[in-house]
Write a protein that binds this ligand. Structure first.
Ligand SMILES: Nc1nc2c(ncn2[C@@H]2O[C@H](COP(=O)(O)OP(=O)(O)OP(=O)(O)O)[C@@H](O)[C@H]2O)c(=O)[nH]1
Ligand SMILES: [Mg+2]
Length: 186
């Protein structure tokens, strides 16, 4: 396993935005039937054998009580996924503030940031989508629309990550790639 490139991905966002559900889906686990808030952090690992990638998903709690712990974990990640959900405008404000905070504290420097709109099966207000597109364009970060329930968007998100870290492309080019990303909508 030594020759595998390790990539650490942290999912952040307000409580109840569906981070754990997304990670369950990616790990091919059953979606939890009832909402169980994450206590601190959960970890799942995905091996992509043909690309020699070991992708670890750090499912970080959105509970306020764990904010300091989450901030500390985030510092050691390669990728930060900012999650907000289609049914809660405060979850958008939450990640917007968090992004600004991490940006001011230089926590996101040299990290790939990704914006995820979750629970798209509940999308009744197109404003969520527009806010996501605007945010991703302003900050030059990729944007994916997902539903763990309907199993949509996650494959595009995963493929993007795999392609981004594909060993064929030297790691040094990543900064360039971050700047030149295309806004991806699924
Ligand atoms: N409709 C719908 N509900 C979802 C989806 N994903 C998650 N949920 C529900 O949203 C609630 C919260 O999901 P979690 O994945 O536990 O949320 P979380 O972001 O991990 O929450 P914390 O661990 O507290 O930060 C649960 O009741 C899930 O069943 C989705 O894609 N669609
Ligand atoms: Mg959780």
């Amino acid at each position: 396993m030594d020759e595998y490139k390790a990539i650490k991905i942290g999912l952040v966002g307000d409580a109840n935005t569906g981070k754990s559900s997304l990670v369950s889906l990616i790990s091919k686990e059953e979606l939890p039937k009832i909402y169980t808030p994450t206590i601190g952090v959960d970890l799942r690992v995905l091996y992509v054998d043909d690309k020699k990638l070991k992708i670890s998903f750090w499912d970080l709690s959105g509970q306020t009580v764990f904010k300091d712990l989450v901030d500390n974990f985030v510092k050691s990640m390669n990728v930060i996924c900012f999650c907000f959900s289609c049914d809660d405008m405060s979850s958008y404000n939450y990640i917007k503030n968090l992004y600004n905070e991490y940006s001011e504290n230089k926590i996101i420097e040299n990290k790939l940031c990704i914006l995820l709109l979750t629970k798209s099966d509940k999308l009744t207000d197109l404003n969520y989508k527009i806010l996501g597109i605007d945010f991703s364009r302003e900050q030059h970060i990729p944007f994916f629309i997902t539903s763990a329930l309907q199993k949509t968007g996650c494959i595009d998100f995963l493929n993007y990550l795999i392609k981004f870290y594909s060993p064929v492309i030297p790691q040094e080019n990543n900064q360039e790639k971050i700047k030149n990303f295309q806004c991806i909508l699924s």
